[in-house]
Design a protein around this ligand. Sequence first.
Ligand code: IPM
Ligand code: MG
Length: 361
Amino acid sequence: MDLNILVLPGDGIGTEVTREAVRVLRHVAGKWNHPLHIAEGLLGGIAIHRTGSPFPEETARLAADADATLLGAVGLPEFDNCPPEKRPEKGLLGIRKALGVFANLRPVRAFAALLDSSPLKNALVEGTDMIIVRELTGGIYYGTPRGISGSGPETRAVNTMTYTRAEIERVSHVAFRLARGRRRKVTSVDKSNVLENSQLWRRVVTEIAVEYPDVALDHLLVDNCAMQLILNPRRFDVVLTENMFGDILSDEGAVLAGSIGMLPSASLGGRKPSGAWVGLYEPVHGSAPDIAGQNKANPLGAIGSVAAMLEYSFGLKEEAASVNAAIEAVLGSGRVTADLRPSGAPATTEQVGEAVCAAIG
Ligand code: IPM
Ligand code: MG
């Protein structure tokens, strides 16, 4: 099968972890004889530097032409005081919207080899296996009106949290279908005791659940969910939530997995004009400027995102499973980066990438 992939390394450790993810992708393509065509593009801070825009038109064109896009991370401290419109992150929001990838899947698993890496008690974390389905192209990230106006004490900032019924329905279907392949439980997370937006969310999710009588649905308020994730993580199977709540809860989930460097993600749902599905794959972590350029970032979230790409964009289940098994083998070998607190000397980003390829065989 031909694999036409766009790679967007982005900023900071994005370039380093993406290099290892591409190494693994090339290895898999070679082993299973899939012709691999890789294009590289600009997104984020590097794109602002080179073109003036965080999401250049050329990148939009390349993404539309590719079967799938692999992304590193975006964000540079030099843009910290810029308005959202002029920041690297605007490029990320732009490509998600342009591709129409409304469902962001963020699996959170407690790997046996990493139980000691979690600051939480092993007995509590052990066996955790959930997937957060985060709505990705709506909500407060995109709602208008937005902006800062006025001056002095009357300076006012506005953001708008908005969802339509159709937006909630489509992401709910993704969550319920996923649950059918798992433990058949969806927990929908909202703030319906305060927000009308969440009241619509809860109403629509409850209606969609009727079409999936074999899947159990419960609802949690987001503040309570934040607590339950740490108190009783095994209670969760599929967590369905809106854009900003999902952003926040998935970083919390990273603590259960041992390190945010471990978390992959798949953003799905968009279709190309040809009718083909499009997918965007990125680790959950950010650009981590504090450790960029030092060859010490954990590439396993990026490599796990390659596994997700092979599975969801190409249906290559065997290849995906071999990448995931290799990740576990490398974790078990202890040859991991500093964030996972190995007992011996930490491995470099590159050594982890090479170890994953070796484990695939
Ligand atoms: C994520 C990130 C992004 C988000 C940032 C970089 C805009 O935190 O993917 O979780 O908030 O969506
Ligand atoms: Mg985030």
